[in-house]
Design a protein around this ligand. Structure first.
Ligand code: CA
Length: 563
């Protein structure tokens, strides 16, 4: 009897153990791989799944064809490193502390890769992070130092120290990614891979193979290329993002420094010629010869045309030069995304893999006469987002819901069946991805930009954005409110804040904005804390980074001392 009981007991244990093991194996099999592809400053206007006026991106578009295109995705703070911090932490800038590009990321923050790694995911990151420190929670990483370089870039690596790799950055980051998938990925673990491009970040150096094609193309100008900012307040007028007056002739538009001297063109800042030497100066002899072949011609044509160019002609010329180089770098991104998708298909990795393509924010491609980002206006507030998950997300679907970079962390944790920490501030996108749209209730998002005074001089502002309106407060060395009617004024040219017809809407939005600030824990005290940190640091350095109009900056410091 004892013997029988004993065998039943151990038999049950064995069954139990078997059951657990099966459950565990099933759970592991169910847990999806995650490939997070992000480019730097890639505007949705330059992805053909959104709009093919400027460029065809057939490979990036494949992700939308396999899955979902989000037409209303946005960021909480439109600048590089803060966006990355929000993605990793699932928290707004004022909570994770990474409010601007200046101070390093606080690594005591908990990030979703750390949580996934603890839960048994194999994790890797290749490309641009831009944090001022190395990422936590990664089994493998090879990242660019700071902004990184387009040609023959340096990398900070987890296991090989600092290395320099010969070649073009977008190809190299992809080579590293494919090498990891092929040689380091473990078949018995789900993986989370962050594949992060530097392109199409300034100063926009296309790969050798694309230079000739793109320097010979002409692109359609945006309707607001010659915006005079009437209808908006000081923030738009005082920003330094104009293609003609704020873009570097040499570093950005690739006018050779000696041609600038010959034509008597003064640089837009001390950095103008330096940026050219810093980037083009890295090329080896062969790369430089290929570069010169195309760009010498650009310079020769420019030399002939310049003496008779009007200011309008110059603006148009700079727009074309900007688009040729910016879009040229995107061509290589698209080709390389294609290489990764091909690899996944060829190796049966498509089925249970979430594939994301996004950017750390949007970008102005000449709209409002601008380049760069920072403002809550659409081109920089919105960001591309394409997500595939074959079998789970309906192919070719679309969502116009207001999703944000704040939502990635909780989405990935939910997909992996892990409960997110309660202090994360986003929402899982799974209901939208799997068609349970009634579970999605968000009707407004919050935005807060901080980095001022700084390069491009975009004033500090916070905002509430609904599908119909934007209510924006520019503060610090100004106190201006802006109300945009998104449906009636899609190009965002007119502030209707003082229009009596909007009095009720304005009052309602103010109330909603207060509620949102309370919900996310933002306040004027926190805003002041970040102003003090920033100005203390600037004062310590006794210098100022990047502004052309130093009178504004001097005034800020005078007022501060007078307080
Ligand atoms: Ca960026």
């Amino acid at each position: 009897m004892k013997h029988i009981l004993k065998s039943i007991f151990f038999g049950s244990l064995a069954i139990l153990a078997f059951a657990c093991k099966t459950e565990e194996a099933e759970k592991t099999a169910e847990r999806p791989n995650i490939i997070f592809i992000m480019s730097d400053d890639h505007a949705y206007q330059a992805i053909s799944a959104y709009d093919n006026t400027l460029i065809e991106t057939p490979n990036i578009d494949r992700i939308a064809k396999m899955g979902m295109l989000f037409t209303n995705a946005s960021v909480t703070n439109s600048i590089c490193a803060p966006s990355r911090a929000t993605i990793l932490t699932g928290k707004h800038s004022h909570i994770n502390g990474k409010v601007d590009n200046h101070f390093p990321f606080d690594t005591t923050n908990v990030t979703f890769p750390q949580i996934l790694q603890d839960a048994g995911y194999q994790t890797a990151m290749f490309g641009k992070l831009h944090f001022g420190n190395s990422p936590k929670g990664f089994d493998q990483f090879k990242i660019l130092p700071g902004q990184g370089a387009y040609y023959n870039p340096d990398f900070i690596t987890k296991n090989e120290g600092n290395i320099k790799v010969e070649g073009y950055v977008t190809d190299i980051i992809t080579d590293m990614t494919l090498d990891w998938l092929q040689n380091e990925r473990k078949a018995d673990q789900p993986f989370m891979l962050m594949y992060l491009h530097k392109a199409p970040h300034r100063e926009w150096l296309p790969a050798e193979r694309h230079i000739d094609e793109f320097t010979n193309r002409t692109f359609k100008e945006p309707a607001t290329l010659f915006d005079d900012y009437s209808g908006r307040g000081r923030a738009a007028h005082e920003a330094e993002m104009n293609l003609l007056t704020d873009m570097h002739w040499s570093g950005d538009s690739k006018v050779y420094p000696e041609v600038m001297d010959e034509l008597g063109i003064e640089g837009t800042s001390d950095w103008d010629k330096g940026a050219f030497d810093r980037e083009v100066g890295r090329m080896n002899a062969e790369q430089r010869a290929n570069w010169d072949k195309a760009y010498m011609k650009v310079n020769e044509d420019f030399k002939k045309a310049y003496p008779t160019m009007t200011e309008e002609d110059k603006m148009k010329w700079r727009y074309q030069r900007y688009m040729q180089d910016y879009l040229g770098t995107i061509k290589a991104v698209d080709e390389n995304v294609g290489r990764v998708l091909d690899y996944l298909e060829a190796n049966d990795l498509m089925e249970n893999t979430i594939i994301v393509y996004t950017s750390d924010q949007g970008f102005y491609l000449g709209e409002h006469g601008w380049f760069d980002k920072r403002f809550v206006y659409n081109e920089s507030f919105k960001t591309p987002l394409l997500m595939a998950w074959p079998g789970k997300v309906k192919a070719g679907s679309k969502s116009d819901e207001m999703v944000q970079n704040l939502d990635f962390a909780q989405t990935f944790l939910a997909a992996a069946g892990i409960e997110a920490p309660s202090d994360m501030q986003g929402e899982s996108l799974l209901p939208l991805l799997t068609g349970e749209t009634d579970k999605w209730t968000r009707d407004a998002v919050y935005y807060h930009y901080y980095e001022y005074p700084s390069v491009h001089m975009v004033k500090r502002h916070y905002a509430i954005i609904t599908k119909e309106y934007k209510l924006v407060h520019y503060y610090f060395d100004t106190d201006e409110w802006e109300l945009i009617d998104r449906n009636k004024d899609p190009m965002e040219l007119t502030n209707v804040y003082d229009d009596p017809a909007y009095a009720e809407i304005r009052a309602d939005l103010h109330k909603q904005l207060d509620d949102l600030r309370e919900k996310y824990g933002d306040s004027s005290e926190l805003s002041q804390k970040y102003i003090d940190m920033y100005l203390d640091d600037l004062a310590d350095r006794k210098g100022f980074f990047g502004a052309k109009d130093t009178t504004l900056v001097n005034k800020i410091f005078e007022n501060r001392e007078g307080k």
